[in-house]
Design a protein. Sequence first.
Length: 202
Amino acid sequence: MSLPIPPAQSVPPSSSPDSLQWQRVHRATPFVRGWIVLVALVFVILQNAGQDIYEQGVDGTGILIIVGVFLAFGLLWIGYGWLAWRRMTYAIDYESVYLKSGVIFRQEKQVRLDRIQAVDSAKPLIARLVGLAELQITSAASSDFKLGFLTDSVAQQLRNEILARAAGVVAAKRAQQLPQPAPGPGGSLAGAPLGVTPFGAA
C-alpha cells in the first residue's frame, strides 16, 4: 500500500490543515490499544458472577443474564472502537505531522518537522501478533505523540518519509542561516586573500 504523499523534492507553500490529505490508521488500532480494558471488565464480571454462582447456584436465567452482559459489553466495545477509528486521522505536509483523534473530546496534535528528534517504530505484543506497528515521534518542543497503528510496510514507509522531510527542512534552514559572501572587486569573493582564487571559482 502506497501512501498518497506528495514528492519530497519540490517544496510548495505551506498548506492549512483543512487542505491536507488525511489518512486513517488501521481499523484494529482502538482494539489493539484498548484490549487491556476489555480484559479488566471481563475479569470483574467473572469475579462477581463466580461469587454469586458459588453462593446461590446458577440456573438457565442466570446463564442468559451473564451471556447478555458479555454481549452488551462486547457490542459497546466494538461500537466505540469503530467510532474511535473513524475519528482518528493523520496527515503530513512539508512543515508538520498532524494527528486528529477523540470521539467525545476532539484532539488535534501537530509536530513541526524541524523540531523532530526521533521517529521510532514500536510493536507491542498484541500489535506484533497481527502485523501492526506504531510510530513514536519525539519532538524538541515537547509535543510528542504516537501515530498508529499501521501495517508494518506503511509504518516503515511513513517513517522514512518523515525523516527524509525533516532532514530536508533542517538542511534548508541551515543553508538560509549561513552568511552569503559578497562579491568583491573584479568578481572575487569578499574575505578571500589577494591573489588567491576561491575554491570553485573559474
